[in-house]
Every structure is written in C-alpha cells, then in structure tokens.
Design a binder for this molecule. Structure first.
Ligand code: KG4
Ligand code: ZN
Length: 393
C-alpha cells in the first residue's frame, strides 16, 4: 500500500496528539491508533545549552515556552489535520526537569479542556519503550514475542524492564538500573572531558570509528551492596543474582586518569578553543591516542551493556529484546546487540534513529492502550520529576 493511501486510511482512525517537553527537546506528534505516525516535530535546544556543556534547566523551560505553540501547530499541519480532528491529547508527566515538564503539561491540559477531549499522562520511559513498538508495527514487522526485556539507555536512564501485555494493557517490572551515572551521561561527561561539544554521544560514536577499541583496557569493578541505595535486601539479592546493576561513574574517572597520565591535555585545550562544528572538524583535531581512548571507552560501555542485558534476558526468560533511548542510536551498540542476538536466537528490535532520542511520537503511541482502557488523567495533572516505571525488584 502506498504511503499516501496509508495516511488517508490512518486519518479515518482515532488520532492522538503527543506532547513531550521533559528535557531539552520540545516535541509534538500525531499518531493514529498507536501505529501510524502522521507527523513528528522536534525543536532541539542543543544550540542553547551547548555553550554550557549541559542542559541548563531555566533555559530549557524558557525554550519550551517559546517553542510549544509553533511545534504543536507544525505537527498538526504535517499530519494535515486540525485540533477538532483529535481524539485525545497525551503528554509526558515525568520523569524529567520540573519546569520543563510543566510547560508541556500546562499546554496539554489547556488544549484538552478547551477542546473537551481526554487528557492522557505518559511516563517518558514507557514512551521510549513504545518508540520501538511503534517502529515495529509501523514498518509492518511481526509483533515482538513477550515478555520482552527492554533496555532504556539514555542521558538520564540505564534501566531494564520486563514488559508484558495483559488484555490490552502493558505491565512493567523494573529489573535493572544504574547505581550511579546513566550510560548517556557517561558518554556526555567523557566527551566534555575530552573537549568535545554537548551532547557528546554522537561525537564519540563518529570518532570511535577511527580508533582501536582494544587499545585501552577498561575494567568494570564488582558493584558493592552499599552502592545500591534505596533497595530492600531481597531486591538487592535478586538484582545481584541476575547481574542487572550498572555503574558508569568508575569508567569516567578512569578516562580522566588516563588523560592526566598520558599528556592528552594540550589536544583537549585545542579542541575546546576551536569548538568543532562537525565530527570531521573534530577528527582533524584528534591525535591517534585520543581516538583510541574514545574507541576503547565506547567499546567497554557497549560490551558492559550487552553482557548485563543478555544475562538478564536469560535469567528472566525474556522472549525478545527491545533497546531504546538516545544511546540506542549508537552504531557500535546496534551492531554488537544485533550480532549477539543472532547468535543466541533471540529477536532484538531498535527504534529508527529519529525515534531513539526524545520525540513525541513515542508519547502518542504509548497513550493508545491507555485511551482504549479509558485511563485518563485528571484535569489538574501535575509534573512528576522523579516518576518511576513499574515495580522494582
Ligand atoms: O533519550 P534522549 O534523547 O534523552 C534522555 O531522555 O536522556 O538521550 C540523550 C542521550 C545523550 O546522553 C546523548 O549523548 C546520547 O543519548 N546519544 C548517544 C548517541 N546519540 C545520542 N550516545 C551514544 N551514541 C550515540 N550515537
Ligand atoms: Zn528520553
């Protein structure tokens, strides 16, 4: 069926407008019945935060305020619909930056009230999981066998969830997490340390292709019980047995030590002063030792994510794997997970690159089962900056 015909058919279905503003992207999208993406607009704030080397919460809120109206308008225009054609408004309620979340929530609440349409609250992490499910159904692939083990790996999270569907509703169990930094955070911090722009993940990915991934042997220390705060002894035992706890702050310190002991500071200063605009610019400012360090760091992080994810899939008897979040855009991670999954005979699915990082199509897709179940949010919905997904083990 042609794309135009598919769109025509989708316009006759129930349409959800998704709104996402949890961090540094203002996004809106229209998705038909959780499966056909009619539009997806993302206003990135990277240029605003780049001079500061990370997200500045006050600036994020200001940019969301500036962007929310034009972004929603553009999402409706791209879908070829108007507000009255919508069946529901979905919005990220958390986790994320309080002020940033509030902008999306306030706008969504106002739209829902003015249009007299249901409001649906979506957990950002569930959104990342549904990015993969949207990709699967949207591209006509078979649904993934369940339970699926979902690795959500981004700038703020490195979590493992066991995802099941009962009736039409999705249920999650949080079976793994990082005890300190998220993997994307480690990519960003190491990139900053090496004089590369924010966010560092894509720059590291591009530069790692030019280095030797086994040049610097990084080791991941055994995670000690005291590092695992806020967890009962039972959950701790199980997480240890299943090997589902991650830690990425040690490798960041190891990179810092390597830089100091191998005289890499002058080249870091050169990159900081030059502020490369493209990975090709950055490449011309990197010596081989730095490229080897970048490749080795990425390789160590990917191998660690891979080993723990597959071990935990086996422990929990997962029938498929689903990898999502900004770091799921990493080319080495995709290759390594795809090869390992093939060897083990377990299906693995990723979102497209556009659906891997923050977007609103995943929010509208995650809202569909809630729409069917009439799980609507109260009109005074508020931001939940520390919202969790599923019960933890
Ligand atoms: O999902 P996301 O857009 O926002 C959060 O919810 O955090 O993820 C952003 C994170 C950043 O840390 C960024 O550096 C990382 O994803 N990232 C990557 C790549 N693309 C984005 N990390 C490694 N390789 C990439 N290609
Ligand atoms: Zn995210």
């Amino acid at each position: 069926m042609s794309a135009a015909l598919q769109k025509q058919q989708a316009l006759g279905q129930s349409l959800i407008l998704g709104i996402e503003s949890s961090c540094d992207e203002t996004a809106a999208a229209v998705v038909a019945e959780g499966r056909h993406q009619l539009s997806s607009i993302i206003a990135s704030q990277i240029a605003t935060h780049q001079p500061f080397g990370g997200v500045v919460p006050e600036l994020a809120s200001r940019e969301h305020l500036r962007n929310i109206v034009p972004v929603v308008r553009a999402a409706l225009a791209e879908a070829g619909i108007s507000l009255k054609d919508l069946d529901a408004i979905a919005v990220t309620e958390g986790p994320g930056l309080a002020g940033a979340l509030l902008v999306g929530i306030t706008y969504a609440r106002t739209l829902a009230f003015a249009l007299n349409k249901p409001l649906i609250a979506v957990n950002h992490l569930e959104g990342h999981i549904h990015a993969v499910l949207l990709q699967q159904t949207g591209s006509g692939n078979e649904p993934l066998p369940l339970p699926a083990l979902a690795l959500v790996v981004s700038g703020g999270h490195t979590h493992l969830y066991l995802a099941r569907q009962r009736e039409k509703t999705w249920h999650y169990r949080n079976v793994g997490r990082t005890v300190d930094d998220a993997a994307g955070e480690a990519f960003d911090k190491v990139a900053k340390l090496l004089g590369l722009p924010y966010p560092g993940g894509p720059w590291m990915d591009a530069l790692a292709k030019h280095g030797n991934p086994t040049a610097v042997p990084f080791a991941f220390a055994q995670i000690k019980p005291k590092a695992h705060r806020g967890q009962g002894p039972e959950g701790w035992q199980q997480a240890l047995a299943a090997d589902t706890l991650f830690s990425f702050s040690g490798i960041k310190t190891a990179v810092l030590r390597y830089v100091e002991t191998h005289g890499l500071k002058p080249s870091i200063e050169r990159r900081r002063a030059t502020r490369p605009h493209t990975p090709a610019d950055a490449l011309s400012l990197c010596d081989q030792e730095t490229l080897d360090l970048i490749a080795s760091f990425q390789h160590a992080v990917v191998e660690n994510l891979k080993r723990r994810t597959f071990a935990s899939a086996e422990y929990y008897g997962a029938a498929s794997l689903l990898i999502s979040g900004g770091v799921a855009a990493n080319s080495e991670l995709r290759k390594a997970f795809t090869a390992e999954a093939k060897e083990r005979g377990i299906p693995v699915a990723f979102p497209s690159l556009a659906l891997a990082t923050d977007n609103a199509a995943m929010i509208a897709a995650a809202a569909w089962p809630k729409f069917l179940a009439h799980e609507f949010a109260p009109t005074d919905l508020s931001a939940q900056p520390t919202l969790k997904l599923g019960a933890a083990v």
